[in-house]
Design a protein around this ligand. Sequence first.
Ligand SMILES: CC(C)(COP(=O)(O)OP(=O)(O)OC[C@H]1O[C@@H](n2cnc3c(N)ncnc32)[C@H](O)[C@@H]1OP(=O)(O)O)[C@@H](O)C(=O)NCCC(=O)NCCS
Length: 427
Amino acid sequence: MQAPEPHLVDCALPPGLHLRRAATPEDVHAVLEAHLASFDEEDRLGLEWKLLHRPQHDPADLLLVEDTSTGQVVSSVSLVKETWTYEGIPLRVGEVGIVSTRPDYRKQGLVRTLFKAYHHLALREGCLLSVIAGIPYFYRQFGYAYALPMGGGWRLYAEQIPAPQEGEPSRYAVRRAGEGDMPALQALYRAATQGLCVAPVLEGDIWAYQDNLPEAASERKETYLLEENGRPCGYWRINANEGGWDKGVVFQAVYLPHREMCLEALRFARALALTRQEHTITLQVPLDIPLAQTMRDFGAQAVRGYAWYVRVLDPVRLMFTIAPALEARLAQSPFAGFDGALRLSLYREALLLRFRQGRLHSVSLSPDTHNADIRLPPEVAPMEWLGYRSIEEILSWWPDASCRDRTKERLADILFPKRPSWVPSTL
Ligand SMILES: CC(C)(COP(=O)(O)OP(=O)(O)OC[C@H]1O[C@@H](n2cnc3c(N)ncnc32)[C@H](O)[C@@H]1OP(=O)(O)O)[C@@H](O)C(=O)NCCC(=O)NCCS
């Protein structure tokens, strides 16, 4: 008999059910069939590609529960390992992939148990954060809180964009990006994400995978390159199909730093949207970028966004990893050269950050939550750490968040200011 894996031993399940990691392609197919009991048959293509063809996929990152009497997979979650950046510093992040339980097995705590095992696995794989683009409310029950923006942006109708004049010259050439364009696209992507607090690294193989999904896949994307005098100067990515949530033409990522480039992209989108079922053009980037401003000039309406669920798996390692960013913020503030500590009570434990001459000297977690400078409910702390909410917003919204004195509040605001982030899905 195989010895149980260390991170799965304390996962109690109802009798007759067994939790394990997938091992073979057959296991992955069994997981796919289990998901299809919860999703629609039209989701098959997208699910199949995510589970079987996404670059770097590994069956061992799938956790499943099987019914030992039938051998059927009845519930599963998956770990998708990604790299995100915090002020340009790489962070290892685990994204929870597809989650489902067959209808007859629901409300028995299977997903709760799978998440316990998943968190052990993600930690062992070195992930500092776990994130989910998930159904409303549900994942709060597993220690997740909404702590990074997702979607949201601007929308208008194609008819709101003036048609180009006959023979109107353009400074730019637009073409579909191909295999050889990846170095140029990566450079433009880096320019687009520069200056953001949190953003994902979009590796070339994942980019190509997303653009080369089967024609009918609702998540297939198209990337277009903008060139001036033969040199790449901008790009945009749109939905290839009008499936799922994405109707009309949706800009899912752009780097268009000049208004003329934005007009070029909007003329392109106008022509395409007029051939689609819905004539809308949406910018799904929640940042005040030139394309958002140009769309507003034409009367675009704001689109409400959603948010990423985040759970910080290892706050101590997170703080050490982002230390260069914290130190840079201190150095540019009236606290330059700071010698002292910031004691954050997370109610069930306290996180102590000690600085010496402006450098992060030590970080520790302790059960002693007395004498804290700042008290934050544990699910609220990541909102501050990731720049999603300012300390002022947190103190005014959460009655159980508090600050001992104004100096420490200012220090917290310097270390963890509210900052723009953009995290498109890399699944
Ligand atoms: C949502 C889903 C995954 C839950 O699976 P499950 O195995 O029944 O979940 P659990 O039994 O582990 O539930 C954990 C807790 O959430 C509660 N819960 C279950 N379904 C819930 C729901 N839809 N909304 C809110 N809470 C729910 C349970 O009562 C339980 O609470 P408790 O631990 O306090 O008793 C399952 O209903 C499903 O597959 N739905 C369809 C597919 C889907 O929506 N997947 C998610 C895509 S992100």
